[in-house]
Design a protein around this ligand. Structure first.
Ligand code: CUA
Length: 344
């Protein structure tokens, strides 16, 4: 029974590694930084395989050679040895040499990963329970003017350009990880960490929080959307233009409700609701909410109206969500949704 369980577990692990559609495959680097570590990992992996094979062969040899032979008596112990200077020196220096060899290639990469790249897009990443906020300060080189802008859950970047991140935490320790673009970097309260990303090609790269941070740690996902130059300019243009405030219909009623229900106390909407309460928890900026595909830590589909309504009915469907909203009638939900929909 036990051995069957073991076999099942082992084959599950083995089959699990065969996934062909693995959006967070750290062994499939999609940019310069991820490639730097991948180029280190592969040779080290094969060295480890060689060591593994050598050790296993020696174990099997020892077992076969040292076996009790037919006719051996219980008292017949094999020759007892103690101390072998040559062997001991060997197994001390050989691993030390291998590790030193690995270090020669690793150390420069560590420094390179921590360098601030030239001509990089700069973004401040704010980790919070349980989602990611992104601030884009003014950067003429990237078409970002004035005060810049802020978004959530989806980090948009131009493809083929280094991105320099400044990471801050709003509450506890999180860790930012987009496996195909770089390794992970901890996000620690009271500290400022930096990290870089780059994607060779336009595309969507999944990621997640990689440090246990509370009940919804597993629900703290993220997306990096890499754009072609043309799409990037269009995105910046869209983010730099405030949405129009609705003046009639359900949308306008929803706009009023947004303040009445206290949403505006935490959620900023540029050009409409700009003052959040001083003691409000950090909440996603909703200015261009519907320019995104996902919400609430990227676990729900924003294009699915049912998901948005379910969220408004009960934000606690995501455990530990800091969003507090009183009970809403279905009518109120319709009006709020109509207003949110104008935030493109
Ligand atoms: Cu944030 Cu885990």
């Amino acid at each position: 029974m036990k051995s069957r369980l073991f076999l099942a577990a082992a084959s599950l692990l083995l089959l699990g590694s065969c996934a062909s559609d693995a959006p967070q495959d750290a062994l499939d680097p999609a940019g310069r930084y991820a490639r730097l570590t991948d180029d280190l990992f592969r040779p080290v992996f094969w060295v480890a395989v060689a060591v593994f094979v050598l050790v296993e062969v020696l174990i099997v040899l020892a077992v076969v050679k040292g076996r009790r032979k037919p006719g051996d008596l219980d008292e017949d112990l094999p020759p007892q040895i103690h101390g072998n200077t040559r062997l001991e020196l060997g197994w001390t220096f050989l691993p030390a040499l291998i590790l030193a060899g690995v270090a020669v290639f690793t150390v420069p990469v560590i420094f390179e990963l921590n360098e601030r790249p030239d001509d990089a897009l700069e973004v401040t990443v704010r980790g919070a329970k349980y989602w990611w906020g992104y601030e884009y300060p003014e950067q003429a080189a990237f078409g970002i003017e004035g005060e810049g802008f802020e978004t959530a859950n989806e980090l948009h970047i131009p493809a083929g350009t280094p991105v320099f991140l400044t990471l801050r935490s709003e509450d506890v320790i999180h860790s930012f990880w987009a496996p195909r673009l770089n390794g992970t970097r901890d996000v620690v309260p009271g500290r400022i960490h930096t990290w870089s990303l780059e994607a060779d090609e336009p595309g969507v790269y999944s990621g997640q929080c990689k440090e246990f941070c509370g009940t919804s740690h597993a629900n703290m996902r993220l997306k990096v959307v890499a754009h072609s130059q043309e799409d990037w300019e269009a995105w910046v243009e869209r983010m730099s233009t405030d949405p129009e405030q609705p003046t009639s219909g359900l949308e306008a009623e929803g706009f009023e409700l947004f303040a009445q229900k206290g949403c505006a106390g935490c959620h900023q909407v540029d050009g409409q609701y700009e003052e959040v309460a001083d003691d409000a928890p950090y909440a996603p900026n909703l200015t261009h909410l519907f320019s995104r595909d996902c919400f609430a830590g990227c676990i729900y589909d924003l294009n699915d109206r049912n998901e948005v309504e379910a969220w408004l009915r009960n934000p606690q469907r995501k455990a530990g969500s800091l969003m507090v909203i009183g009970e809403l009638t279905e009518d109120e939900i319709d009006r709020l949704y109509a207003y949110l929909r104008t935030l493109e």
